[in-house]
Design a protein around this ligand. Structure first.
Ligand code: KG4
Ligand code: ZN
Length: 339
């Protein structure tokens, strides 16, 4: 048994979790609604909100886990990738906590954590992905296909060359007048819409890489043209627009996963990151999985968007290896998931 306290502060969620090995005793997440007014995350505001939230969130995590501080055996934190000022709050807090309790510190890569979220123990006879597997990590800042050979042995097979899939959702949402982050709202409205009503281009990108900037531009021009013709176009077609845009974003993800599976021969496929909460992505992935005989893993909703439980489970594997860091550790906004 090992009790680890984990901190996540890479972007706009302040989260603290306490894990007993791979079991989550508490996972507290403070969202920062303040960014909604700006149509995206404002780094300075994120950092200030983390400073405000961190102490109460830690206290709540300890209270909910029903443990005492002295039982904690290690402190884990997100070292990167993410926003420098936001990461700094978590890293600095981890340092003072580790020093005060005289316990080791574990640094965690946020994108590795999105992948290892599948190893959080939720129920007894749970099935976990078996190695090697493919992981599609899709969030507001990242879109990657990763080959995972072991818990901490990962290789990036493809990445986005420009915007991330979550960014495509959020930027399209902004054009439609939806509040940030628009992904969940598009998902909801799309349920009442026709995914084939409007057709958007499929980017031609080499290999397993992605590109979403062309789609964003195509949506912008399309909307400008239609709104000129009919000022109510967006309002009158919002469900179909959401469904069609979502379809355009998701088919790119599924297309590349199919190719990655064909190229590597790997048939265990997982998704992670905020966009993996998308119900249409889950549906399309399951359909493709049935067709191609993949074993598909989709994380439970609470572990898809940013959370500290995934940081804690990643730290658990590093704890087993005694992979600790010293007080000189610094945040790394561009930390990579593997080779
Ligand atoms: O992983 P995450 O919480 O933070 C980052 O590391 O970026 O991902 C946030 C992203 C946002 O772009 C948000 O719009 C998107 O995940 N997202 C969704 C859904 N829920 C969150 N996108 C599509 N459908 C959803 N249901
Ligand atoms: Zn994330």
């Amino acid at each position: 048994m090992s009790l680890i306290l984990a901190i996540e502060s890479s972007c706009d969620e302040t989260s603290v979790a306490i894990l007993d090995d791979r079991k989550v005793l508490s996972n507290i997440i403070a969202n920062q609604d303040i960014h909604q007014h700006y149509g995206g995350v404002v780094p300075e505001l994120a950092s200030r909100e983390h400073q405000k939230n961190i102490v109460p969130v830690i206290q709540e995590a300890i209270r909910k886990a029903a443990i005492s501080k002295s039982e904690i055996e290690a402190i884990a934190f997100t070292r990167g990738p993410g926003l420098m000022g936001a990461l700094l709050v978590g890293v600095s807090f981890a340092k003072s906590f580790a020093q005060a309790l005289n316990i080791p510190m574990i640094e965690v890569n946020h994108m590795q954590a999105h992948i290892l979220a599948h190893f959080i123990e939720i129920k007894k006879d749970q099935t976990y992905p078996s190695f090697p597997f493919l992981a599609l990590t899709v969030s507001g800042g990242h879109t990657q296909i990763v080959r995972v050979d072991d818990y901490l042995d990962m290789t990036i097979l493809g990445s986005t060359l420009d915007d991330a899939a979550g960014e495509a959702f959020d930027k399209a949402g902004q054009l439609l007048g939806l509040a940030y982050p628009a992904g969940p709202k598009i998902d909801e409205l799309a349920k009442k819409g026709d995914p084939e009503k409007f057709e958007f281009p499929y980017p031609r990108v080499q290999g397993l890489n992605f590109s979403y900037s062309g789609l964003k531009t195509a949506i912008l021009y399309f909307l400008q043209k239609e709104v000129k013709r009919d000022a109510n176009f967006i309002k009158d077609n919002i469900n179909d627009l959401c469904a069609s845009i979502q379809h355009a974003i998701v088919r790119i993800l599924i297309g590349k996963l199919k190719r990655a599976s064909e190229e590597t021969g790997i048939k265990t496929v997982t998704i992670g990151g905020g966009v993996s909460a998308n119900s249409y992505l889950a549906k399309k992935l399951r359909e493709m999985g049935t067709k191609k005989r993949w074993e598909v893993f989709i994380p439970p909703l609470e572990f898809t968007t940013d959370n500290a439980a995934m940081i804690g489970v990643t730290a658990y594997y590093k704890y087993l290896n005694k992979d600790f860091v010293g007080m000189d550790v610094k945040p790394d906004p561009r930390l990579k998931v593997g080779s």
